[in-house]
Ligand binder design. Sequence first.
Ligand code: ADP
Length: 888
Amino acid sequence: MAESVELPSRLGILPFRNKVLLPGAIIRIRCTSPSSVKLVEQELWQREEKGLIGILPVRDSAETMAVGPMLYPGAGADLGERSSKHQVGTSDSHKLDGKNQQEVIHWHTRGVAARALHLSRGVEKPSGRVTYIVVLEGLCRFSVQELSTRGTYYTARIAPLDMTKAEMELVEQDPEFMTLSRHFKTTAMELISVLEQKQKTGGRTKVLLETVPVHKLADIFVASFEISFEEQLSMLDSVDVKVRLSKATELVDRHLQSIRVAEKITQKVEGQLSKSQKEFLLRQQMRAIKEELGDNDDDEDDVAVLERKMQNAGMPPNIWKTAQRELRRLKKMQPQQPGYNSSRVYLELLADLPWQTASEESELDLKAAKERLDHDHYGLVKVKQRIIEYLAVRKLKPDARGPILCFVGPPGVGKTSLASSIAAALGRKFVRISLGGVKDEADIRGHRRTYIGSMPGRLIDGLKRVAVCNPVMLLDEIDKTGSDVRGDPASALLEVLDPEQNKTFNDHYLNVPYDLSKVIFVATANRMQPIPPPLLDRMEVIELPGYTPEEKLRIATRHLIPRVLDQHGLSSDFLHIPEAMVKLVIQSYTREAGVRNLERNLAALARAAAVRVAEQEHDMPLGKEVHQLASPLLESRVADGAEVEMEVIPLDVNNHEISNTFRVPSPFIVDEAMLEKVLGPPRYDDRETAERVATPGISVGLVWTAFGGDVQFVEATAMVGKGDLHLTGQLGDVIKESAQIALTWVRVRATELKLAAAEESNLLEGRDVHIHFPAGAVPKDGPSAGVTLVTALVSLFSQRRARADTAMTGEMTLRGLVLPVGGIKDKVLAAHRYGIKRVILPERNLKDLVEVPAAVLAGLEILPAKRMEDVLEHAFEGGCPWRQHSKL
Ligand code: ADP
């Protein structure tokens, strides 16, 4: 061990690049560079007595950091033949220019004197180059006073840094030092114990602790760890023994902790490994036991079942290959392994998808198809005709790329049921895909399997459900898809509906192409306008307007009532709804374009009747055949009433039959009282319009909504103000502008219309006008309220009531021309529903009336208008009397 050494005043310097030799450390180096070889040769090899050299850390320029004092001479280890002296000044670091400007080497100002424990000289064979292998031992610290070159290597004038014996003895008395050294020894002892436990080495290191002075031990310990260059430098710089001890304690402690953490992790990993090995072993044993018992329902068999299912799925060869690859992966996995389940669910889907399975298409009988359509739907002559044409084309050319039918109309007009009738006529299965509110492209195309919780898109899912590859697929509410950040479902639908592309439809989850070309697509929408044009382009739109009350009555009596009765286990023997009552339901309880609410109300009546039938049975004399009855539902009731032998009929017996076992003396006849009891007081009546238009300033407009046509009242009022116009009722920009135009027009014509006394008088002098569109929660927009707005304003300013039996629609220009608007058919039907007698329409819209059923037109007076004045003429009782005096 290093004892105190007499240092010479000058030492040959061996630079250590990014490395530190600490006192007490032993290192083996190989010297090959000319300068280091020269240094070893001259300072160590050729000396009689044992020589010393100085080891000085140098830092690459790239690594320069402000740690510790540094020297900056010009050249590195490879020095030229020159001799220059570099004074180390008071400042800690100097930068000295050298020959090689690019390679600036930063010398540390403190180093360690080292002696060679072993030296061996080698001569490389062909080149004759001399190299040395030197085992060096660090002895003590020194500081560099002056650095100079001697021949090819550096020498330095140095001063020792270590304390003298006397100084050391003094420090050893210091209580702080004593505490520090005790602390260090404890930590060091702990480290040694941990290491000895690990490596099972003898107590040799422990001896060190007893024999070597603690300040040297600090260096020796730290030298044996892997620590950063910065930490090594700071250890070297710790000339003060107390600082050195505390630094060393910290480093030893850190090393100790890291060993402990590493040990813990190893233990944990080992524990886990053995746990999973144990599990595996147990599982194997369990499998063996099950095999012995002939109990085969474990996972492996499930996989075999899956494989068989896949083989029978009739996948195309390329998809079969992908499936097999995935299956191989699955077989290699443990069921507990992450990914096992997702892989399995995916394969199940592949196996379940109808790759080839198709419903057998019977020879299409057009007559039967027509009968079926007529049987299911009343009216809709043109629509049915178009469907028959469509089917006829399919019959002649089954693989023809026919257009995709898109039924457009308000809810409840029979769009869905028409599509299912098409499926029935073709003998195909029917599947409905609801697209309402779909905003994410992944809903159509599926999520990639890399996502957690990924699943196929709605189309593939629908095909899996229906289990045939050629169903009639209804894309319901195609107008309700929207696009946002998650992509555009409409563009995915484009691919679906394009016969060129849908042969290889790519669902992201499925990740293999699926042939959709055999599917017959039918779409439905409430409105045409929101459907993106490219999508609309691929479809043939068939419009279904709302029904007239007469049509509704026919639909109710012929289709809805029989169906509703059947659904409730009743028949006409139990319940009779007279036509007058159906009409009442249509007029007073529903105000819709379709028949959905009508059907709902009829169902409510049927439910009420069913309860009465069940209750009435108490009072009924029990016939002989009653003892054969048996619905579990009725068992208890019958048993209460009489002692009869019971026989339980299986549940699948038709309800209808069961109810027929009752003997009902006479059917219930629905009357107004029952209507009120079941459906509540009437919701609508014809007096509504009259009541609402009871004061001046209100007019009746006709609008078009997603639910078909509707009546829209416009209310205007005036109050003290500064001539402002207030608008309320969730209005869009277009309708707001219409209101401005209307007000301007009325103001301009104020005198002519006798609304203001003199030419110059201002209609809005000292007052504000407020226009409101009731049903404030429903957003409204569009230009067709123009004429209605003017009528409301004229009525307000003239204080004359507009006619309550007259509704109107039409856009108005600033000059007072009435322009045509859309949705005439729906609007006229709505007016009819509301019991309106007169409808003012733009003259150019008269041609649209051909679409309105004659029965509706017969009950309406249609009043064409070319200019706003015409509208006013029709809108007020007795015409527009003030008009005669105007120049209009
Ligand atoms: P939509 O899809 O247009 O909203 P549905 O097809 O669901 O409407 O129709 C609602 C109900 O009204 C269904 O029970 C349907 O059979 C019935 N229905 C609609 N129109 C007719 C009609 N013309 N004849 C017979 N029933 C009809």
